[in-house]
Design a protein around this ligand. Structure first.
Ligand code: PRP
Length: 190
């Protein structure tokens, strides 16, 4: 699929190394605990699986669903999410896992929601961090790789639903990028 990309930002090897690095830190920090690792669908699924496979602690996995981009390149500014996570949270150590921290809205909304539900602790791990796009104050406890403020695809990040399965992250050739609707002006996601 590399032919569809004009630029690779992080190679598959760099992504794998970042996942291993984060998993080592998480294994140390969650030693003696049984965290519930919560992937934020859909993109977070691609990060959650290799991350948890590399973590050397017993853990549970769950998923919640959120969407703020639809098929656009700009955040709608509203995070549509599951209200009820559908699993017990009270007293649990929750680790939120997502592919990218961009404006910060998605993770800050879930972070507050899990705290309100009585989690013993809430932390977050992201594969990619785009600090230049932040619109709400939120930093991940476990940031992976920094990325520039350009539209990115791969490693869970999609373009009109496609290319999430690319094992590297990069910038699609112009012809492959879904153009945002004219009325949709806002902060680019990636
Ligand atoms: C993307 C990404 C993160 C979120 C980050 O999800 O997977 O969940 O946006 O952006 P933010 O920091 O600006 O909130 P999206 O809403 O596109 O849903 P998807 O994962 O199903 O594609």
């Amino acid at each position: 699929m590399k032919a569809h990309f004009e630029r690779i930002i992080h190679t598959e090897a760099a992504v794998r190394a970042a996942v291993r690095r984060l998993a080592r830190r998480l294994s140390r920090d969650y030693a003696g605990k049984t965290p519930v690792v919560v992937g934020i669908l859909k993109g977070g699924a691609y990060f959650l699986v290799p991350l948890t496979q590399a973590m050397a602690v017993p853990l549970e996995i769950e998923f919640v669903r959120a969407s703020s981009y639809g098929n656009k390149q700009t955040s709608s500014g509203r995070v549509r999410r599951d209200r009820d996570p559908g699993f017990p949270v009270k007293g649990r150590h929750v680790l939120l896992v997502d592919d990218i921290l961009d404006t910060g809205r998605t993770l800050s909304v879930f972070h507050r929601a899990f705290e309100r539900l009585g989690a013993a602790s809430v932390r977050s791990a992201v594969l990619f961090d785009k600090p230049a796009a932040r619109q709400v104050p939120y930093e991940a406890d476990y940031p992976g790789l920094p990325v520039p403020d350009v539209w990115l695809t791969g490693c869970g990040l999609d373009s009109d639903g496609l290319y999430r399965n690319c094992p590297f992250v990069g910038v699609l050739k112009d012809a492959d990028v879904v153009k945002p609707a004219a009325e949709d002006q806002g902060q680019p996601r990636a």
